[in-house]
Design a protein around this ligand. Structure first.
Ligand SMILES: Cc1cc2nc3c(=O)[nH]c(=O)nc-3n(C[C@H](O)[C@H](O)[C@H](O)COP(=O)(O)O)c2cc1C
Length: 153
């Protein structure tokens, strides 16, 4: 599977999303994929035309708001209408949040909706993770890699 390239992008306030993003990259490297790990902070929506197979891991803060490190990217992508990502970007979103908040995983949901609106093709549905995410993350991670391997065969 050395010809699979996976880009993992993260937006975090207190490190959870970055930690899970790194765990996905570690597993991908075990499987000999080429990997890219990047914070969303310095990116623009147009950069998603170059990320190919893409996982976005992002938390929600305030009342459905982005983590501050990814605020600029999120504000831009909520409004973005171009580029057309339909032939370039196969993606999914791992959204971190807390069910006690009214807008549970609101930022991840809005990023997901934005990439879909730009034509990005979803490789699997978004996964929302509550605060106690270890077990659900493990289950999701197995599904994620099974899906990639199914796409690659
Ligand atoms: C002040 C504060 C506001 C938050 N607001 C929301 C929210 O609106 N919706 C939600 O689903 N989670 C919310 N959360 C939960 C975080 O998204 C959750 O703790 C997440 O795991 C943090 O991930 P990070 O370390 O990658 O930023 C909030 C947490 C705090 C402390």
């Amino acid at each position: 599977m050395a010809d699979i390239k996976l880009t993992v992008l993260f937006g975090t306030e207190t490190g959870n999303s970055e930690k899970l993003a790194k765990q996905v990259v570690a597993e991908a490297e075990k499987r000999s994929y080429a990997t890219v790990l990047k914070p969303l902070g310095p990116m623009s929506p147009a950069d998603l035309a170059n990320t190919g197979l893409t996982l976005v891991v992002i938390s929600t803060w305030g009342e459905g708001d982005p983590p501050s490190s990814a605020e600029k990217f999120c504000k831009a992508i909520y409004e973005a209408k171009s580029p057309d990502l339909s032939t370039t970007t196969l993606y999914t979103v791992l959204a971190l949040g807390d069910k006690t908040y009214a807008d549970y995983c609101g930022c991840g949901r809005k990023v997901d909706e934005s990439i879909t609106r730009m034509g990005g093709v979803k490789m699997m549905p978004r996964q929302d993770l509550d605060v106690d995410f270890d077990a659900d993350f493990k289950v999701w991670k197995d599904k994620f890699f099974s899906r990639i391997e199914a796409l690659a065969t």
